[in-house]
Design a binder for this molecule. Structure first.
Ligand code: GUN
Length: 280
């Protein structure tokens, strides 16, 4: 049995389906995603490049608006307000992390929920919790798609998430609860973390801590989803000691090639859904 959950493969399949849907748009304008970047964060440069390449492959117009690190909060707010009104723009994302003088909450609140391709606005996140959204934060959405693709049972499953961020842990917990899973949300400071994780059917690590998950966290029936995106000594790695747990667990996502490509694929899907909502 192949233990690896190949997110790169499945994302390409989803992207091909999306490309076909976009090709069927006749005569009308193509969907457009605008990415706002502030400063020159090394990892953000890499992620944005991947997002723009993916846009091009499926036929979404990808636009980057890059601003100096020292730009004022009010100027960014004004730019977003302009994009909210721009009829040619369907999706807006502000790449995180932001410089420390920028108030992330105010920035997120400024994006129109109707153009919120990341699904980070309070309205869209609230609708996710209430199970009535059609826009999901891209990383949690990609994780659910991977689990469902591999036919991993979620109903009544004991799922442990390490990480309580607004963009992964919190929305993912709600999405899994809506699928009738039993969800435990931990963080790196949780007491007895290893013991709690060891009983899980599905362990999802989104802590941003390299080498956190060792063989002491896992069991032989477990599926591991590694959301970590860490750079250690210039090398990109997840939160899980992959080589140590690989032989033990049932399924595991690699880093790179697991959750990352799925996040991009779901971002594109969100952009297309926002476009379709607007055009129809
Ligand atoms: N930084 C890391 N992940 C993400 C994401 O999904 N969206 C945005 N906007 N920034 C990020």
């Amino acid at each position: 049995m192949n233990k690896i959950i190949d997110g790169k493969f499945y994302a390409q399949e989803l992207n091909t389906r999306l490309k076909n849907s976009i090709e069927q748009i006749n005569g009308k304008r193509k969907p457009k995603l605008t990415i706002i970047q502030i400063g020159d964060n090394f990892a953000s440069n890499k992620y944005i490049k991947n997002k723009l390449n993916a846009c091009e492959k499926v036929g979404i117009i990808g636009e980057l608006k890059k601003y100096q690190e020292n730009i004022k909060q009010s100027e960014i707010v004004r730019e977003i307000e302009k994009l909210n009104k721009d009829l040619t723009v369907d999706g807006i994302i502000v790449q995180l992390p932001l410089p420390s003088h920028i108030n992330e909450k105010e920035i997120t609140d400024t994006i129109s929920p109707l153009k919120d391709a990341d699904g980070f606005t309070p309205i869209n996140l609230g609708n996710v919790m209430l199970n009535k959204s059609n826009i999901y934060p891209a990383t949690p959405y990609g994780i659910i798609k991977l689990l469902e693709w591999k036919k991993i049972n979620l109903i009544g499953a004991n799922i442990v998430i390490i990480g309580r961020s607004n963009i992964v842990g919190k929305p993912l917990a709600n999405m899994l609860i809506n699928k009738s899973a039993t969800v435990t949300v931990c963080n790196t400071k949780t007491k007895d973390l290893k013991r709690i994780c060891k009983n899980a059917d599905v362990l999802i690590s989104a802590a941003g801590a390299a080498n956190l998950v060792t063989k002491d966290f896992v069991n032989d029936k477990m599926t591991i989803i590694d959301v970590g995106a860490n750079f250690v000594d210039g090398k990109y790695c997840g939160d899980v000691k992959f080589d140590e747990v690989f032989e033990i667990v049932k399924y595991i996502t690699p880093v790179p090639g697991g959750v990352g490509p799925m996040t991009i694929s779901c971002l594109l899907e969100n952009t297309f859904n926002l476009y379709s909502q607007k055009e129809n």
